[in-house]
Design a protein around this ligand. Structure first.
Ligand code: FDA
Length: 407
């Protein structure tokens, strides 16, 4: 005999716990199911262990989706201030780090315990670790075959997240359930991920691992669109860049990776506050230095040498001897460095998964499937992906709350 609940939530991560807490506070009998043995591993490892739990500036422009307006409703009904009120209620100390990003002072574990306590207050039942089997639509709701006994529920919420970091339990269950009910999926791909480079054009940069600097980065015509790219086509960010052994990383690259399309270049401005060609040409008569030394005033010396070598300049050539046309070429290589990544580090390093359940299949007010009354998809399973900086958790909280108030 199946155990009866009003609501079953599969996936006890960020979105699932928020949804269970909100639904149970409305008096619903809720069960949370998860195959992991440790609760909410992604929250635990997030923000370097301090969980960047929201961003005070979060709004629809900070998200990528085939339908950029879909997230508007949920985000406006559960705002960063709403989550912050919960954090304050639980007396969790926090601080703002950079561009509106809020972090715990102590540990991400506090956010996990806060959500667990909210669920406990509503008597949410837990089943984890628990393998999920078949899911069936019944006359009145759903039957979930699950380790420890079948579950029958009026509403079923899928909060199993994306494919990033399989070693801590990411699976494609959410997409499989969507397909079972003939729902469309926007092809998933890794987002917020380091990019990799190879071949002769990268040789001069391979030894630069560890160098970091603030840059402008753009792709797909994103430059000039303001602080960040919109929609799917273009992105533009000013953030830190980090050279690694396999390519490029750091916040600048993670941000742009979500907008990058394979086979196309990313464009880096390594000195965004300076028109390098103009500066070099105007210094020609007064500065008697070698090119490498001139660039090393503005860039890390090893990077300056790498850039000169990669662009066919001898680092010891004298600035005064260079033709203006050549200095313009060098200026371009620094202010508009276009390089084509060979790929990304993939799901094992990606912080998020782009794509997912097509938002055209869901109600933007409730997150319920249009064709399957009672079935909901929330969090990263859905084709809504935030920038780096607390936006993805804000989507998890907001979409979890939207479903939690509707189930
Ligand atoms: P989430 O992944 O949190 O939860 C899904 C749950 O479903 C998991 O508990 C999983 O075990 C379970 N599950 C999966 N498959 C299952 C199956 N077959 N059966 C049963 N259960 C199953 N974001 C942010 O805003 N600020 C930050 O600081 C960070 N930092 C960060 C660091 C790193 C290293 C990563 C990988 C990611 C981040 N993120 C982040 C992104 C953020 O963690 C992510 O967007 C949210 O956790 C998504 O919440 P969900 O609830 O949708 O999925």
């Amino acid at each position: 005999m199946a155990k009866q609940y009003d609501v079953a939530v599969i996936g006890a991560g960020a979105a699932g716990m928020m949804c269970a807490a909100v639904a149970s506070a409305r008096g619903k009998r809720v069960v949370l199911l998860d195959h992991a043995s440790r609760l909410a591993e992604k929250i635990r490892i997030s923000g370097g262990g301090r969980c960047n739990f929201t961003n005070v500036n979060a709004g629809p422009a900070n998200f990528l989706s085939e339908n950029p307006n879909f997230c508007r409703s949920a985000l406006s009904r559960y705002t960063p201030q709403d989550f912050l009120a919960l954090v304050k209620k639980h007396r969790i100390a926090y601080h703002e780090k950079h561009k509106g990003q809020l972090f715990c002072d102590d540990s991400s574990e506090q956010i996990i315990q806060m959500l667990r306590a909210e669920c406990q207050q509503g008597d949410v039942a837990w089943r984890m670790p628990c393998k999920i089997g078949a899911i069936e639509k019944t006359g009145t709701g759903f039957l979930v075959t699950a380790e420890g006994g079948d579950i029958s529920c009026d509403s079923l919420v899928i909060a199993t997240g994306g494919l990033s970091i399989p070693k801590i339990g990411a699976t494609d269950l959410g997409y499989r359930i969507a397909r079972q009910f003939d729902m469309q999926i926007v092809e998933p791909r890794p987002g917020l991920v380091p990019l990799t480079f190879d071949g002769p054009s990268w040789e001069a940069f391979a030894p630069l691992a560890g160098i970091a600097l603030e840059v402008d980065v753009s792709t797909g015509g994103g430059k000039g669109k303001g602080k960040g790219g919109k929609g799917k086509s273009g992105g533009h960010f000013r953030e830190d860049l980090l050279f690694t052994h396999r390519g490029l990383s750091g916040p600048a690259i993670l941000q742009i990776s979500s907008y990058w399309q394979p086979g196309t270049p990313i464009v880096l401005d390594l000195l965004p506050e300076m028109d390098v060609a103009e500066e070099l040409i105007s210094s020609k008569t007064t500065v008697k230095k070698q090119l490498g030394n001139v660039l090393a005033q503005w860039l890390p010396a090893r990077l300056a040498d790498g850039l000169l070598t990669a662009n066919g300049f001898a680092p010891d050539a004298r600035l005064a001897d260079m033709a203006d046309a050549k200095l313009r070429k060098l200026g371009d290589a620094i202010n508009r460095w276009a390089i084509v990544p060979i790929g990304s580090e993939g799901y094992k390093k990606a912080e998020v998964t782009l794509g997912g359940v097509d938002t055209r299949e869901l109600s933007q007010q409730t997150m319920m499937a249009n064709k399957v009354p009672g079935l909901y998809f929330i969090g990263e399973t859905v084709d809504v992906t935030g920038w780096l900086g607390g936006y993805n958790f804000q989507w998890a909280w907001a979409s979890g709350c939207a479903a939690g108030t509707s189930v």
